[in-house]
Design a protein around this ligand. Structure first.
Ligand SMILES: C[S@@+](CC[C@H](N)C(=O)[O-])C[C@H]1O[C@@H](n2cnc3c(N)ncnc32)[C@H](O)[C@@H]1O
Ligand SMILES: [Zn+2]
Length: 408
């Protein structure tokens, strides 16, 4: 059992901060372990988090894991979930299968009015105990807690009337082991949000592991994060296909240490061909997104590298992103959310893969030109061009690399 007591004020965190002390007790023997908890505020929600998670670079897993740098990811989830629930017919249940200290679950229960029931689950009993405390602190009543292995938890929600309108999978590393049960636990027409943090695997450091987990391989390129996102979506699509389920990507988001995808789950056979390859020429930088592999570069005849098989369909749903832009105004979220969504809005109908200023400057052997200048010049020459939310110095265009270099 935990005993929680208020100790003092602490000003090292910019939010309202209180330090708590948890005293772990066991039957008969008191005070097995003592850990400090800190009260912080994210959005409109008070969270109790292990003190060390705010001060060290890699947040500790004990007594429970909390990553303050994933706050923007949680902000985006709040916006995406709230947007999604507006059009969802059926019980508005949120299943948080790897909930940690409940940062996600309690924010959803506290900030999204339309949510009816939240189930927060984690294998770590200390994390769940902390989450329960935070729920009380926020006077949240629509949250149930369980201490279980994630697949067991999700499988216990696989019957039709117990499935989630929204299911979240946010593990350490790769989410692939949770995909089958995550898809089964999502309602027809529901939303599945999935995070991956195994960046070295998805970026080509361990090709065999990537093939084993995601059924495809990456190629090291300037736009490696887009390849990673497409590998994750490709894997979800293949697993879903086995279960006669279709996925429709609504939104994707990334920063330095994670990728997050939001897909709609439809219990029906997918007849569209959205799997393929990104073929890339390491010599001249030419790339194409297509259903089949190709072996020789049409510009310089060098042998092409292939990333995939991966998802080559849309990454965003136009109406959903437009709605998210409206919805974000209702919440206390980071200002960067709106900026990111505006970029998504512009890149929705653009070709897959993007170029970066560095890549162009390196090829031209000159200092990087400004993004606005590149966009202006390409538009003047009649090409489509947009920024991308995936890289602050990236741009998408239907111009080929030889044309881009010629223009500059
Ligand atoms: C990245 S953290 C989750 C963070 C949380 N979603 C948040 O937003 O703060 C991953 C969590 O998964 C839990 N975990 C790891 N393996 C698990 C498993 N097989 N079943 C259930 N929980 C697991 C860990 O205890 C940890 O709390
Ligand atoms: Zn080439």
């Amino acid at each position: 059992m935990f005993v929680l007591s208020h100790i003092d004020n602490n000003s090292c965190y910019k939010e309202h901060v209180l330090t708590y002390q948890i005293i772990l007790e066991s039957i008969g023997e008191i005070e097995l372990e003592i850990e400090d908890l800190v009260e912080i505020v994210e959005g409109k929600t008070k969270l109790l988090v292990p003190k060390d998670s705010l001060s060290v670079n890699a947040p500790p897993k004990q007594p429970a894991f909390f990553n303050p740098r994933a706050r923007i990811s949680r902000d985006f989830s709040i916006i995406a979930y709230s947007t999604f629930l507006q059009n969802f017919k059926g019980p508005k249940i949120f299943l948080d299968s790897l909930a940690g200290i409940g940062a996600h679950s309690i924010r959803v229960a506290n900030e999204i009015e339309s949510i009816e029931q939240v189930f927060a689950n984690d294998v770590n009993p200390s994390a769940i105990e902390i989450a329960m405390r935070a729920a009380k602190l926020n006077k949240v009543t629509k949250c149930d807690f369980s201490e279980n292995e994630a697949c067991r938890f999700l499988s216990s929600h696989s019957k039709r009337d117990t499935r989630g309108a929204i299911v979240d999978i946010d593990p350490f590393g790769s989410p692939t082991r949770f995909l089958d049960c995550g898809i089964r636990a999502t309602s027809h027409g529901g939303l599945l949000s999935i995070t991956a943090t195994d960046l070295p695997v998805l970026h080509g450091l361990y090709q065999d592991a990537c093939k084993r987990k995601y059924y495809g391989v990456p190629v090291k390129t300037e736009y490696g994060n887009e390849i990673a996102i497409r590998l994750i979506l490709g894997c979800i699509h293949l697993v879903a296909g086995r279960l006669d389920v279709q996925i429709v990507p609504l939104f994707v988001q990334t920063n330095m240490h994670y990728y997050k995808v939001y897909v709609k789950v439809l219990v029906r056979t997918d007849s569209q061909e959205n799997m393929g390859y990104i073929v890339h020429c390491k010599s001249c930088g030419h790339r194409k997104v297509q259903n089949e592999k190709e072996f020789s570069c049409e510009i310089c005849s060098t042998k092409l590298d292939s990333a995939g098989p991966l998802w080559i369909g849309n990454l965003y749903d136009k109406a959903f992103v437009n709605q998210m832009l409206e919805e974000q105004k209702k919440f206390l979220v980071d200002k960067s959310c709106e900026k990111t969504l505006l970029k998504c809005q512009n890149e929705i109908c653009m070709p897959g893969t993007y170029f970066t200023l560095d890549e162009i400057a390196r090829k031209k052997r000159c200092a990087p030109i400004s993004l606005s200048k590149i966009i202006e010049k390409l538009q003047k020459d009649g090409f489509q061009v947009s920024q991308t939310s995936l890289d602050p110095s990236g741009f998408r265009t239907n111009a080929r690399i030889d044309k881009i270099l010629q223009i500059f």
